[in-house]
Design a protein around this ligand. Structure first.
Ligand code: PBG
Length: 326
């Protein structure tokens, strides 16, 4: 055996210190946004059955939790409301009425945690008696009529203190429409993180449990994208870019790493990816059964999303990740 191996990649893996030097992708709590759920009442901390470790909080317990979350270095949360059926209607009026659970909570949070970046969801589903993201008429989702409602919701959220708005509805033209409404009201500093490329996915199931927001009929396929398409992702992203989005999001993350990569290669805005409820639930369920190491699976998953090209990850693992680093 006289062959001398000319290049030995293993040398760069030989110790923890050298592996750290050679590490291409990093992951920090600065990259993460923590989605959280608020519900009416007080003293409430009810675990979402399909999302172990994730709770629906009333405002008081949410504020306690936020103390912990911000102490861990998490800099942005994305808040979602759970409303009882009797607050829902066809026009999602509860989404922009003064003094609602959600809008009041945003004000209080902003007041108590001024340095926390507060992200909101702009879509009709948590407030809609139809459980759809847009206005329903005769079984159809109306695009342009929905825009007026989304703009009212967006302005109300900005007024309540939101820093980043997340239109998650997939109506055509909504980013530009919302941008114009915000600017007209003087909210030129409020950012938009558009759910640019949002697929009609099975992986949102646990989230819909958390909010009781599943569609009452049909599915979301006339507005959310076909999982088979990636060229179309470029069209959606281009439109949102032109319409003034500050961040472009891909959702879900794991089955769409190629889409994240494609967007990152084609756009200079920061790319975000939503590591959705079903993706969280799968790892949790397997870990609870002892079928895999939950912490390692979490780290590997989050790293894969960063490696694919997402700068930002919205993830239910944010707090757990921060705790592991602490
Ligand atoms: C609603 C919305 C959904 C999610 C975020 N915003 C659900 C849906 O579109 O049905 C999913 C988040 C998750 O699954 O973690 N517009």
């Amino acid at each position: 055996m006289s062959y001398s191996i000319p290049r030995r990649p293993r040398r760069n893996r030989q110790s923890a210190a050298i592996r750290a030097l050679a590490q291409e992708t990093t992951l920090s709590v600065n990259d993460l946004i923590y989605p959280m759920f608020i519900v009416e009442g007080s003293g409430v901390r009810s675990e979402v059955k399909s999302m172990p470790g994730i709770y629906r909080h009333s405002l008081d317990t949410l504020l306690e939790e936020l103390k912990e979350v911000t102490d861990l270095g998490i800099k942005c949360i994305d808040l979602f409301p759970n409303y009882p059926e009797d607050k829902k209607d066809k026009y999602a009026t509860e989404s922009y009425r003064e003094g609602t659970l959600y809008l009041d909570a945003l004000k209080t949070i902003k007041d108590k945690f001024p340095d926390l970046a507060l992200m909101t969801d702009v879509a009709m589903d948590p407030y809609s008696s139809d459980g759809h993201d847009g206005l329903v008429e005769n079984g159809k989702i109306l695009n342009d009529e929905t825009l007026d409602i989304l703009a009212k919701m967006a302005v109300a959220q900005a007024r309540a203190g939101a820093d980043i708005l997340g239109p998650s509805d997939m109506m055509d033209g909504r980013v530009g429409f919302i941008r114009e409404a915000l600017d007209a009201e003087g909210f030129t500093d409020v950012s938009i993180m558009s759910y640019s490329v949002k697929y009609a996915s099975a992986f949102y199931g646990p989230f819909r449990d958390a909010l009781d927001s599943a569609p009452r009929f049909g599915d979301k396929k006339t507005y959310q994208m076909n999982p088979a398409n990636v060229r179309e992702a470029l069209i959606e992203a281009e439109l949102d870019y032109q319409e003034g989005a500050d961040f472009l999001m891909v959702k879900p993350a794991l089955a769409y790493l190629d889409v994240i990569k494609t967007l990152n290669q084609n756009f200079d805005l920061p790319i975000a990816a939503y590591n959705v409820s079903g993706e969280y639930a799968m790892i949790k369920a397997a870990a609870q059964n002892g079928w895999l190491d939950g912490d390692r699976a979490m780290l590997e998953t989050l790293m894969s999303i960063r490696r694919a090209g997402a700068k930002i990850i919205l993830t239910y693992f944010a707090k757990e990740f921060a705790l592991l680093q602490a």
